[in-house]
Design a protein around this ligand. Structure first.
Ligand SMILES: O=C(O)CCC(=O)C(=O)O
Ligand SMILES: [Fe+2]
Length: 339
């Protein structure tokens, strides 16, 4: 064990300059002594400073009004994101197309993902127009602080399918320690009962209160926190928000064709569904090393490579399953709304 620790030390040090976030898996990130000397807080501060500098360079990707709303709230919401005929054609084509699907079970909820790979894009040509739409593409790049093509899927949330613990995503949390983006174009109406997305407006900002929370949690992790906080996605109690100077979370029960682009450093969750529901969305996720000084140079986002990344990621994790685990089980060919 101690030999392994010596051999891995350079790897752990190198990870400090990346988005690595687990207090459990990296003994430097999880070191009480180092965090008492400010290691976690220093990483948070530097990552935020760099992300906002990159965002300033990407400002032209959003309209001034949208940018002001995003900078203030940490999210952008747009109802009727696509012209209604265009939306209906896209939704119908997505719903009708059976494709290789993966599923993961968390608590009582199943998450299904279908990759927007070359075969899907060929079968649903309307999708390319969305991926290139200035609102979608611009807001994701600005919020994510990189001029990079995000990973995109059709995602279905099948809530309340099992008699089990609540889905862990229903607890308010930050995904990681640095600004990062997720986006949802809802293809179905999402009512309060169906488990809408929730977000605490303004919680993407690194206020003095938030920095104190980051420091305090970093000193408890990994031993004194829940499992997901220990893995670097800090959970926050709803009744702590006020002391942090934050308002209550806002829920995004919305009609279909609503776009939400959010910085998931901000506190967010999936509201617990109160009935079995099937929430379908086009879902995108963008994350790069938060300490990169440049906004571009993303060769993986080149057309022809970008749409092959997800199948490749899935397959490489299948191969590495015994080492790193593969929560995403292949479930054969499905459409997004299959039971
Ligand atoms: O699906 C949702 O409503 C939010 C889930 C979540 O926490 C996430 O995707 O990071
Ligand atoms: Fe999250």
């Amino acid at each position: 064990m101690s030999i392994a620790r010596y051999l891995l030390a350079p790897w752990w040090v190198a990870q400090l300059a990346t988005g690595a976030k687990s207090f459990k898996d990296n003994p430097l990130i999880g070191s009480h002594a180092l965090n008492a000397r400010g290691l976690h807080v220093a990483r948070v501060k530097l990552a935020h400073r760099m992300a906002w500098a990159r965002r300033r360079r990407l400002a032209a990707l959003m309209t001034a009004d949208d940018r002001a709303a995003f900078d203030r709230d940490g999210f952008l919401i747009r109802r009727e994101a696509l012209p209604s005929a265009e939306f209906a054609a896209l939704r119908d084509a997505v719903f009708a197309h059976p494709a290789p699907a993966r599923e993961m079970v968390q608590g009582d909820t199943v998450t299904r993902r279908i990759a927007l790979d070359p075969a899907f894009l060929a079968a649903v040509p309307q999708m390319r127009a969305l991926l290139r739409q200035p609102l979608w593409a611009g807001a994701i790049r600005y919020a994510g602080s990189f001029d990079a093509e995000p990973l995109a899927y059709i995602q279905t949330i099948l809530a309340r399918r099992y008699d089990a613990e609540p889905d862990p995503q229903t607890a308010l949390h930050a995904d990681t320690f640095h600004p990062t983006v997720k986006a949802w174009l809802f293809l179905t109406d999402v009512d309060e009962e169906d488990g809408p997305f929730r977000y605490v407006p303004g919680s993407h900002r690194l206020s003095p209160g938030r920095l104190a929370f980051e420091r305090e949690t970093s000193l408890k992790a990994p031993g004194g926190t829940d499992h997901l906080s220990a893995r670097g996605s800090f959970r926050v109690e709803e009744d702590r928000l006020e002391a942090l100077g934050l308002p209550p979370a806002k829920s995004f029960a919305t009609p279909a064709n609503t776009l939400v682009v959010a910085d998931t450093f901000g506190f967010h969750a999936r509201q617990r569904a109160t009935r079995p529901s099937t929430r379908v969305e086009i879902w995108a996720y963008g994350r790069r090393n938060p300490f990169l000084p440049w906004t571009g140079l993303d060769w993986t986002g080149i057309s022809g490579i970008a749409e092959r990344r997800i199948p490749l990621l899935w397959k490489s994790r299948d191969v590495l399953e015994r080492l790193v685990g593969q929560p995403w089980r292949s479930v054969g060919i499905k459409t997004p709304r299959d039971p």
